[in-house]
Design a protein around this ligand. Sequence first.
Ligand SMILES: Cc1ncc(C[n+]2csc(CCOP(=O)(O)OP(=O)(O)O)c2C)c(N)n1
Length: 370
Amino acid sequence: MSAKKTAQLDPQQILESIENQIEMIQVLNEEGKIVNEEAVPKMSDEELQELMARMVYTRVLDQRSISLNRQGRLGFYAPTAGQEASQIASHYALEKADWILPGYRDVPQIVWHGLPLWKAFLFSRGHFVGNQAPEGVNVLSPQIIIGAQYVQNAGVALGLKKRGKKAVAVTYTGDGGSSQGDFYEGINFAGAFNAPAIFIVQNNQFAISTPREKQTAAKTIAQKGIAAGIPFVLVDGMDPLAVYTVVKEARERAINGGGPTLIETVCYRYGPHTMAGDDPTRYRTSDLDTEWEKKDPLVRFRKYLEEKGLWNEEKETEVIERAKEEIKDAIKKADETPKQKVTDLMANMYDEMPANLKEQYEIYTAKESK
Ligand SMILES: Cc1ncc(C[n+]2csc(CCOP(=O)(O)OP(=O)(O)O)c2C)c(N)n1
């Protein structure tokens, strides 16, 4: 038999043909102008203002969290500035009944979903109360193990399907997380079981210091949905309207039996990886920072809303002041929470404590009562 290849079957050509068809969805350009009328989401003026308010609030929360961390008043903290469209607009497309399975950088989404801010601060301090979401607030604790939440998300989504709920399970990881085995297992399982899941990869260009280019040979992370047989979308992750649109569509598809979607939001984190000593100047140029700052989600959305007469300095100041006030109250409430004891760690680990731990528990209980 001849080894001659037909053009259709050349694997390289198939790959290139697919990759060349993948376009990044954008609705609002850097100047705040609509560039894709068809994809403009149906949002009321109030909803647009609320989305802007949440993004401004979240930027303030990030700035204050960084300061509190430097003052030693917060523990673990992963900065979020630059990722507001990716995080807040994606969350804004969800409903209260939906479940969120966050990564460590996704604290804002679970706060907007109902986790009280003072508890989020306790999470940062490693306090168990920070991991106790109130009843009816459908969030899991932020995952530290990279990618692990992807497998859990498939399971939660399948659970929702089996219970006949009109709700989705949504999870987030980074570009680095998409290289983990759990990532593939999660999207594949959700695809195989047609589970109502949304998998968001926030491609903020770096996994700590590893650039996106070194993460995978694939042109996009979105296209990894092909192998799992699920719809995938590449979206401008600095554009709140585009992110909102694609997540809303993915949610509609999922609750109507269309199964999971993989979404890659192309974005940037302005700050360090975490506050634990990462120095981004060692792996990023200031030119690159400047290039991305020009795409800022708050700047372009502000321009868009100002043009429509929906936003002004007064509104922005009001949100900033409210955020500062609420953050102050939340940190006070976190400070007032009784300190975590060694016995709390044991008591919260098991439903039924094993005998050897019980022994230690008693020793420490006696010490703590002194
Ligand atoms: C399984 C696992 N391996 C390694 C780490 C250490 N680690 C913490 S953050 C990180 C990089 C993650 O980058 P990415 O997924 O792109 O998310 P980002 O922090 O950029 O949001 C690594 C390797 C970990 N937490 N878990």
